[in-house]
Design a binder for this molecule. Structure first.
Ligand code: NCD
Ligand code: ZN
Length: 395
């Protein structure tokens, strides 16, 4: 029986001073003066539900020189995430039942956190989608890393009809034409079209990595549509491109300083935060790969947003846990609640730190946030009732 004692615990929608008791991987009691056999003193700490990231690229199989299930899941735990949802744009995309099962097997052998999988939709894999019966489907409506993009205009609506309506279809709507006016125009048109189709078929869709206020404004008009934002669009802009050079390339591209500020102002309308952890080696970045690692810096960035007064922790925590579980129908996770899985993230809110790239768990060993000072660091992580990370180290 694991007892987490005297922490400031996020329960429901507020912080309260409580003890938590976990037995057999499940939260069995929340109260005061509880007794357990193994103890964690959480006084002065924030005790959060294990965070859930709906958008990561762990690269295995196919590009394990960038990341694999071991390193990617360790990066997740170090960043406070006990569950991540892996994207299907592997070098051999996850578009058949067999490939999905291969990935699940690898993750089971290697990952230290829970890994769920988005399945990839193509112009002709409707039967495979049915066979694989995944919890969510990802459709690429614009080109990005990997070959997974819908070419046929009719495929979108066919997938909308083919896939169960209560399970979200995640959409990569962004275009990456170099001209911003063109890429944003295309992105907005794609989002609008997808929303009207979702309304027509009364089905759930989820817009991946929104980078502008307009995408959020479009999404909130429909009750069938949810939307995520990645922290890098809140903290980096085209002003950083000169400093970052090729390391600053990401899809969707970084936006102007003005758009970045507008994104903060409409953040209250987003449904969840996603890292879009997209690791590439420094060498791959120098030859043009797009994407940032994000698992180990996203919580710290969002806590910085709280310190700066842009958002409140009471708003933030559910957007990185309960809300993600709700969008993707993940049961018994995302909240500290009796009967829920014992996934807990304990944060020292006073710990000041900076990214040391040599200490990162991600295999890519770089970060666009190197040098920024953070306050608040993941101290301890409990996965299904087991301590996997304690005092900033894996056990
Ligand atoms: C992602 C990748 O590298 O897989 N890159 C990125 O810049 N975000 C692809 C994606 O999320 O579209
Ligand atoms: Zn992505």
């Amino acid at each position: 029986m694991l007892l987490i004692q005297s922490g400031t615990v996020f329960i429901g929608d507020k912080f309260v001073k409580k003890d938590i008791l976990i037995d057999n991987g499940i939260i069995v009691d929340i109260g005061t003066n509880l007794k357990g056999t193994e103890k964690i003193d959480a006084s002065g700490m924030l005790v959060l539900p294990g965070l859930i990231d709906p958008h990561v690229h762990l690269r295995e199989p196919g590009a394990t020189h960038k990341e694999d299930f071991t390193t990617g899941s360790r990066a997740a735990i170090a960043g406070g995430f006990t569950t991540v949802m892996d994207m299907p744009n592997n070098t051999t995309p996850t578009t058949t039942k067999e490939r999905l099962e291969e990935k699940m097997k690898l993750a089971k052998q290697k990952a230290v956190c829970d890994v769920l999988f988005h399945f990839g939709g193509t112009d002709d894999n409707f039967d495979e989608v049915k066979k694989a019966n995944p919890p969510s489907l990802k459709l690429y409506l614009g080109e990005t890393t990997g070959m997974l993009v819908l070419k046929n205009q009719n495929s979108l609506e066919k997938h909308f009809v083919n896939f169960p309506a209560e399970r979200p279809i995640v959409l990569h709507a962004s275009d990456h034409s170099p001209d911003e006016e063109i890429n944003l125009g295309k992105t907005y048109a794609t989002v609008e079209n997808a929303i009207s189709l979702a309304n027509k078929h009364k089905r759930k869709i989820h817009i991946a990595h929104a980078s502008t206020k307009k995408e959020i404004d479009l999404a909130i008009r429909s009750k069938n549509c949810t939307v995520e934002v990645a922290p890098h669009y809140l903290f980096l802009s085209t002003n950083d491109l000169e400093r970052l050079g090729p390391m600053g390339k990401v899809y969707p591209p970084l936006r102007s300083e003005q758009k970045r500020i507008h994104l903060w102002k409409s953040l209250e309308n987003v449904d969840c935060i996603a890292t879009d952890h997209a690791p590439h080696t420094i060498e791959d970045k120098e030859s043009g790969s797009a994407g940032f690692p994000g698992l180990e810096t996203s919580l710290a960035l969002m806590l910085k947003g709280c310190d700066l007064g842009f958002i409140d922790k009471l708003w933030l925590i559910p957007k990185m846990s309960e809300q993600v579980a709700s969008i993707f129908n993940i049961e018994k996770k995302g909240q500290i609640k009796k009967g829920f899985i014992g996934d807990i993230t304990i944060v020292d809110p006073k710990k000041v730190w900076k990214v040391d790239t040599s200490e990162l768990e991600t295999k890519c060993k770089w970060s666009p946030f190197e040098g920024i000072e953070f306050k608040g660091k993941v101290h301890t992580v409990i996965k299904s009732g087991k301590i996997v990370y304690r005092e900033y180290c894996f056990v």
